[in-house]
Structure formats: C-alpha cells, structure tokens
Design a protein around this ligand. Structure first.
Ligand code: AMP
Ligand code: GLY
Length: 443
C-alpha cells in the first residue's frame, strides 16, 4: 500500500491497540478505534466499568509504573500501537520507555509533555517563538510574588507551575486574594508543583480547544471544540475539569483558523523542532479569542476531556490509522480527516460536591436511552462485587449526541440524561447555550 495516498491506509500491522487511562476520554478513544475493521483487540489499562462494554475492548489491571511487567505483557499481547490518554504517565516519561522498547506510541515523550507539566517552561517557550500569550512573570519566592502583585494595576492570575489536577489556577478579584493565592501555593498547597509560580496578566474572551495530531514534523487538525469549565450554569462557580462541550465551534471560521495556524500552531511545531523535541501525539491548544486576536492560555500534551468524547463520534474508521501514522512519524500532513458533517455535544453527569469533596459508590440506574447517534461513555465508574455499576469519580458519565444541528443534539442529550439516576447526580442544563437557538431550563 502506498504511504503517499491522500486517504490514510495502514501500511503495517494494526490489530492490537493498547489505551492507557481510566476516563471517559479513553473510552471514547476506544470506541472510535474499534470502528476500523483491521482492529482485532483493544486493551485498556486500567479502564473503568464502561470499558468492557465497548466492542473489542478488554480491561487489564496492571501497574503502569512497573515497566518490566508492562513491557513483558505488551510483548505477549503483540501490541501494535499504544495510545497514552492522561498527562501524568506522559510527564513521567512512559512514552519514552515504551518507544525505547520498540513500541509505536501515540503520546509525546517527557520532553514534549513539559509543555503541560511546567507552565513557566511553556510560557518561556512561547516567548522565544513569539507566540501570542498573556504577559507573565516566573516567580521563585513569596517576596518576588508580593513585589510583582503589588506593582500590578489589576489583579493577576496566579498559577502553580506543575501539574495540579486542574486546580492550580486562581483568578483573584483583588490584590489581597492574589497574595493569598501565591502564599497558599508557596506554603505547599500543591506540593512540588507549587515550588515555582507563574503570575499572568488577566485576558478576556471566549475559549476554544484546538487539537493537532502531530508526528514530530507534520500535523492535522481535528474539529475544534468549546469546553464548559465552570461548575454552574451561566459559567458561574468554581473551575472543573469540564462539564460539557460541543464541536465544531462556529467561533473559528476559516480565516480565523488560518490566523491561529499562522500565529500559533506552526510556530509551536517549529519551536518544538528547534528544541529537538520529536512530538508524536496530540497537541492541545487552549486558546482565548481576545479583542487583539487569539492567545494561548495553556498547552496540554493529551486530548481534552470532555472535548475528546465530543469529537470522537465525528471521526470515521480511519482515525486510528492517523494515530498510527503519528506514532511512526509518517503523516503526510494533508490526510483527509473524515469528519462527519454532523455536529456533536456532550453533557457530563457529576457527583454532588465535585470538584471539591464528593462521595462515590452509589449505584447507577439507566432507564430507556435513545441510542441512535448517542453514546454514553463511562467517566468515573466501577463494578461492585456482584456486577452493579457504581459511581467512582467526580465526573461519572459523558452523554454525547450527534445530529444536524445543536438544538437537536442537546434536546436528545438532555432527554437521555433524564433517564439516568444516581444519588446526588448533577449536571449543567445550559451546555451548548452558545450554539442553541432553543434553550429552556425545562430541557
Ligand atoms: P489553565 O489550567 O491554565 O487552562 O487555566 C484554567 C482556566 O483559567 C482557563 O481555562 C481560563 O478560563 C482561566 N485562565 C487561565 N489563565 C488566564 C489568564 N491569563 N487570563 C484569564 N483567564 C485565565
Ligand atoms: N477539558 C479541559 C481539559 O481536559 O484540560
């Protein structure tokens, strides 16, 4: 088979895939990957109660930090492609270890993951490449922080440098709150992740998530999505991992996307290469569309959750071949992303108390679901000893629908979510309000 074909074809064996992770993101990846007839088996480590329901999927319970055991098992299972879902194993260098042992891996090495696991490094990276982003200060002590905060006319955004499970960003309203946040971080609120902090000028505008599949040199863009980070309707309340999403977003028309490619995406790939970083995985650009143009809020080295659950149903069966090509450094760069013409939306059902404290272990009851163009991906679930599905996380289920317009998408998503029940279930009623013409609280 030719590798110069515009449409992706697998040019080496692609039968057994391993996905690492345990969330809705990983289940949606498995669901999209199983569509390809070449795929015989998908193993998920560790997965959750929903993983085994997916066609061709099998869960494996194995410690991914035990390299020797992991590699032995992957050789035994004859794995052709590994897809690493979450940032923590990427930041620990799992991608490097597996590649060194001869596996094809979709997911950057530790060097590429630094774009996510060190915010100060990412900011300096952007500064070098002249990529538009909010003005920032890298701060090593509370004294330094106090000086910069007191000099600033407006309260600055305060960020722990390292990985803090999405909780390390503070958007204070006053200078005092700013100082309090900096003090809390330096006092060890996030352990080593807060040894350094980043102070940033606060910028404004709608946020979009842009995803580029990269092979180290070339890239292909997926449909862009809009996440809903705040817990409550009207974008109020604390930040969460994401309460719902929709894709593609009409915020990015062709011209605006071209601008993002020119000012942000291409310079990022070029700067990675300049730093000798062969980035094979997905680059997630968290952007803010400000009055003066697009700016990078953050980079992530993995798919967004729940953006991934939203986008995967729009992919056709060749998606997994693109992942394999990225893992092998063999993208052509102009492959057709065979995205559906439909639009997609996702609503997340959470446990009461999320993102702070919540209880788990409640049985989940699912009534009559209209599954036509609708998927329910388990985000945080586990099986009880007698096989009942129980809640097992802050974000519990991802309800995703596709249709020809967003009104229809969310009408079905909310009709279906009403068929789901567990103690303390909570969800936002206004996901996709930006793109719905019909919206009522009764939805
Ligand atoms: P991050 O974890 O860096 O994506 O930040 C979490 C959220 O904080 C973002 O999605 C934004 O809503 C907000 N945020 C981060 N940085 C800034 C900034 N410089 N100005 C305004 N809002 C920000
Ligand atoms: N949905 C935002 C994230 O995955 O970081």
């Amino acid at each position: 088979m030719s590798i110069n074909s515009k449409h992706p074809k697998s040019f080496i064996k692609l039968e057994n895939v391993l996905i690492i992770g345990n969330g809705g993101r990983e289940n949606s990846l498995a669901w999209a990957i199983q569509k390809n007839e070449l795929i015989k088996k998908i193993f998920v480590i560790p997965g959750n109660a929903g993983s085994q329901k997916i066609n061709k999927c099998e869960r494996i319970l194995l410690d991914i930090n035990n390299n020797e055991e992991l590699i032995k098992r992957l050789n035994f299972l004859d794995i052709d492609l590994v897809v690493i879902g979450p940032e923590i194993p990427l930041a620990k260098g799992l991608g490097d270890t597996l590649r060194e042992n001869g596996f094809k891996v979709f997911g950057p090495g530790k060097d590429g993951a630094k774009l996510e696991y060190s915010k100060s490094w990412a900011k300096e990276f952007m500064q070098r490449a002249k990529i538009p982003t909010a003005k920032f200060w890298k701060i090593n002590s509370l004294e330094e922080a106090t000086e910069v905060i007191n000099k600033s006319k407006r309260p600055l955004v305060v960020k722990a440098d390292g990985l803090a499970a999405g909780k390390g960003v503070f958007i204070p309203q006053t200078t005092d709150e700013c100082l309090e946040a900096a003090e809390a971080i330096f006092n060890g609120k996030f352990g080593n992740a807060g040894k350094v902090i980043v102070l940033e000028e606060r910028i404004e505008g709608p946020e979009v998530s842009v995803f580029a599949l990269c092979d180290g040199e070339k890239y292909i863009l997926l449909p862009s999505a809009q996440d809903h980070k705040r817990l409550n309707e009207k974008d109020q309340g604390p930040n969460t991992g994401g309460m719902g999403a929709y894709a593609p977003t009409p915020l990015l028309n062709k011209d605006y996307l071209e601008r993002i490619i020119k000012q942000i995406i291409k310079p990022t790939i070029k700067e990675l290469q300049k730093n000798n970083i062969e980035y094979r995985g997905v680059l997630y650009f968290g952007l803010m569309l400000t009055k003066s143009g697009p700016k990078v809020i953050e980079y992530n080295c993995r798919f967004g959750d729940p953006e991934c659950q939203t986008i995967m149903p729009l992919m056709d069966k060749d998606f997994v071949i693109l992942l394999q090509k990225c893992a092998m450094g063999k993208l052509i760069g102009n492959e057709a992303i065979n995205a559906s013409k439909k639009v997609s939306g996702c609503v997340i059902a959470t446990s009461k108390g999320y993102p702070l404290e919540y209880k788990t272990g409640y049985p989940i009851n699912i009534g009559t679901i209209d599954y036509e163009n609708c998927q329910i991906f388990d985000s945080g679930t586990r099986l009880s000893e007698n096989g009942d599905v129980l809640t097992d996380g802050g974000r519990v289920l991802s309800i995703v629908c596709q249709d020809k317009d967003f009104d229809k998408v969310f009408e079905k998503a909310y009709r279906n979510i009403k068929q789901i029940n567990f103690e303390g279930i909570y969800f936002r009623n206004d996901i996709g309000h930006q793109v719905r013409t019909k919206f009522s609280r009764e939805n």
